[in-house]
Design a protein around this ligand. Structure first.
Ligand code: ATP
Length: 304
């Protein structure tokens, strides 16, 4: 079967309303923003744009509202060459919205209103089957309903495509979906949560989280560790891939860029650690610019 698409992403699209702040507000406190910007975001859209910008042939399965924000998001995807034939316009919901605060340290905090993302359904996945049938990798993120995630995992299996599962935010998934993840990609907080939910003892060092997560059932695992890079494990190989050096100004969307790059590279035949090395370079570039999608590099920026 020909694989015309490198990466089919299943996930969310949000408009990002981003406030710069000196520091994050404490509970009950109001702080002044130093800047406010509106831009395209959502973990699914971020991943799709990050992959497309690296040259991957990419499609996105998801939903926006039939409003101006949705229009803008589709236009942004189109500008990066992402296939949006199965990115539906939902008449009954607003476009998903993320309220993001970025502190001077570069650390962010985010509140997400799901809007149309909450309507992504197994029927959407069934209608998108021709896309999935032509994909090397189906990359799934968790800002869409669990039944849609399960449908995506089943469709990937039936199509013979590899499943990359970015379990962010963490939800409980059927064991067979976790077992199909190759790789499961989580940050260290998410890793801890999955291990705790499954009653697995936390290793003393975060680099041990990846191996521990294989006890939960994933075939291969990547745990991202912020500036320290990522811990990677697949059958027969475990490695700590160090972070690429960067002067971080805004880490928003770094995890999405990382996950997209891993999905693209494993689809090109890279071993997981090699894919993660690519991803640390791409994500390190992204943290040096403000915003999520605006910060993602082109291939030429990361190949020296
Ligand atoms: P975010 O929620 O900010 O998108 P995340 O919490 O999902 O990110 P992180 O582990 O913080 O995930 O970051 C993902 C990847 O981005 C890391 O594995 C690393 O490669 C890169 N990265 C993040 N922060 C830095 C940094 N300060 N310097 C260099 N690389 C970084």
């Amino acid at each position: 079967m020909s694989r015309e698409l490198d990466v089919v992403v299943v996930g969310s699209l949000n408009v990002d309303l981003t406030a710069g702040v000196h520091r994050h507000p404490r509970q009950g406190e109001t702080v002044r923003a130093t800047a406010l910007t509106t831009g395209p975001g959502g973990k699914g859209a971020n991943q799709a744009v990050a992959a497309a910008r690296l040259g991957a042939r990419t499609a996105l399965i998801g939903r926006v509202g039939a409003d101006a924000h949705g229009q803008d998001l589709l236009a942004a995807l189109g500008a990066d060459g992402v296939e949006t034939a199965r990115t539906l316009r939902d008449e009954s919901a607003a476009t998903g919205t993320a309220l993001i605060n970025v502190a001077e340290t570069g650390e962010n905090s985010i509140v997400v209103a799901a809007g149309a993302n909450a309507h992504v359904s197994p029927d959407d996945l069934a209608a998108a089957r021709p896309l999935i049938d032509s994909a090397r990798v189906v990359s799934v993120v968790l800002e869409v309903p669990v039944d849609a995630v399960c449908a995506a995992a089943r469709a990937a299996r039936d199509a013979g495509a590899r499943l990359a599962l970015n379990l962010s935010p963490v939800v409980d998934l059927p064991a067979e979906v976790l077992a199909a993840a190759d790789p499961l990609i989580v940050n260290e907080h998410e890793a801890r949560e999955v291990l705790q939910r499954n009653g697995v003892q936390l290793p003393g060092e975060e680099v041990g989280y990846a191996e521990a997560l294989r006890q939960v059932g994933a075939r291969s695992v990547v745990v991202t560790l912020g500036p320290r890079g990522a811990a990677v494990t697949e059958p027969g190989h475990a490695e700590h891939v160090p972070g690429a050096p960067a002067d971080a100004v805004d880490t928003t969307g770094a995890g999405d860029a990382f996950a997209a790059t891993v999905a693209w590279r494993v689809g090109q035949g890279d071993a997981l650690a090699e894919a993660a090395r690519w991803a640390t370079r791409v994500a390190a570039r992204s943290v040096q610019q403000p915003g999520a999608q605006p910060s993602y590099p082109k291939l030429a920026d990361v190949v020296s």
